[in-house]
Design a protein around this ligand. Structure first.
Ligand SMILES: C[S@@+](CC[C@H](N)C(=O)[O-])C[C@H]1O[C@@H](n2cnc3c(N)ncnc32)[C@H](O)[C@@H]1O
Length: 392
């Protein structure tokens, strides 16, 4: 057994559990003092393993919520690569709605997706080839009382028989030794393997990076981009949903789903009273036309995903701003205008501009009691600054 695995098992003994309770919530600044004290009565390796685990739990709270994270176990890679509960629960509910009651979770990591599936009542075979990761997934199933629904298997997914499961879920590793991997064929296992595995099951979902080019989506898949609180988290290729070629953007919390209708690109038109900034999931899903139609809008520039409209129409798929000024890109003019309006809090947004927001803020030195938003963008090709505020 390797050192990491034996340290992990030690954490699950009575002594390990007691230590974990004792170091819960230790602030980084106090770690040294706590470690020194505990090493007097406990083995050095166990104390460092407990402090390391406490640190990972604190980091994982953002994804899993503090209550679950405090009971779960993590590895550094496992925290990074796991699916946050909000997204995993949404996908699990969608699986349920498709009639799925059992899933082979191929590449389960520390169990982010498997746990959410089990909580939705789905039986899961969770597979990971890394011995420590598989042990952690097993411990998490037990910690959350879901081990009757989750079977964890330490194996290479390419050698697992998934016959008999209603669906296959694959979340390939997308990080190599040198960081994030962008080429889907460099994923482990490669996307082409995951697609082939998806084709063998009645239904399937493959989690991939949101930057995947649309051309790489197989014709029979439905592609979904998911954001949570405005941040795009992932893309999912669904198989067997009855919507081949479909495209959707789902916003969490909600969920609110915008379905693609294959609308042509919206026309470019002059700057109107409102600017709409579409949610990143709608942009990645190429559904800006669907959002523009919903707000009776057009584009500021044919290459940029800002929508302009004279109508204020609330939509979950975009944030509306009321535009007060339009200037050609010119920092002196912007500085003068902000001084005149006594703007001290400046939010900088940009699309199609190379200017760094921090650099701009440093140069214009906003001062005063008011706030404003400046959009650095192009209007019909010309570098432009639009000034406004969130629409009421
Ligand atoms: C992105 S993580 C999965 C995260 C998981 N969905 C979660 O929410 O916690 C990918 C995992 O795939 C595993 N993996 C990569 N290639 C594998 C293979 N051929 N067989 C089994 N597991 C593999 C890695 O060990 C890693 O834990």
């Amino acid at each position: 057994m390797n050192d990491q695995l034996s340290s992990f098992h030690a954490l699950r003994t009575d002594e390990g559990r007691a230590l974990l309770d004792e170091v819960r919530g230790t602030a980084p600044a106090d770690e040294l003092a706590v470690a020194t004290r505990l090493r007097r009565t406990h083995p050095v390796e166990l104390v460092s393993a407990a402090l390391g685990q406490a640190r990972l739990r604190q980091r994982a709270a953002a994804k899993f919520g503090a209550e679950d994270a405090e009971r779960m176990f993590f590895t550094p890679n496992g925290v990074e690569q796991s699916t946050r509960t909000s997204v995993a629960a949404y996908r699990a509910e969608r699986m349920r709605a498709l009639g799925v009651t059992s899933v082979a979770d191929l590449c389960c990591g520390i169990g982010g997706d498997a746990l959410a599936l089990a909580r939705a009542g789905v039986r899961v075979l969770a597979v990971d080839r890394d011995p420590l990761t598989a042990a952690v997934a097993r411990a998490n199933a037990e910690a959350l009382g879901l081990d009757d629904l989750i079977e964890v298997r330490e194996a290479d997914v390419t050698e697992v028989d998934t016959a008999g499961y209603d669906a296959v879920f694959v979340d390939p590793a997308r990080r190599g030794g040198r960081g994030r991997i962008f080429d889907p064929e460099a994923y482990s296992p490669p996307l082409s393997w995951a697609v082939a595995a998806a084709r063998t099951a009645p239904r399937a979902a493959l989690k991939i990076a949101p930057g995947i080019p649309h051309e790489a989506v197989p014709a029979e898949a439905e592609a979904e981009w998911i954001s949570d609180a405005g941040d795009v988290k992932e893309a999912v290729l669904w198989f067997g949903t009855g919507a081949p070629g479909g495209v959707r953007a789902t916003l969490l919390p909600g969920p609110r789903t915008l379905e693609g209708r294959g609308l042509p690109d919206p026309a470019v038109r002059p700057v109107g009273r409102y600017l709409y900034e579409p949610d990143g999931a709608a942009i990645r899903a190429h559904l800006v036309a669907e959002v523009a139609e919903a707000v009776d809008g057009g584009l500021l520039d044919e290459t940029i995903a800002y929508i302009t409209s004279d109508t204020l129409r609330p939509t979950p798929y975009a944030t509306a701003y009321e535009i007060t000024d339009q200037l050609p890109f010119n920092l002196k003019k912007l500085k003068a205008l902000l001084r005149e309006r006594q703007v001290g809090t400046l939010t900088v947004k940009k699309r199609g501009s190379a200017v760094e927001p921090e650099e701009l803020r440093r140069k214009v030195k906003p001062q005063g009691p008011h706030s404003a938003t400046v959009f650095l963008t192009r209007v019909a090709g010309a570098p432009t600054m639009l000034i406004g505020r969130p629409a009421a």
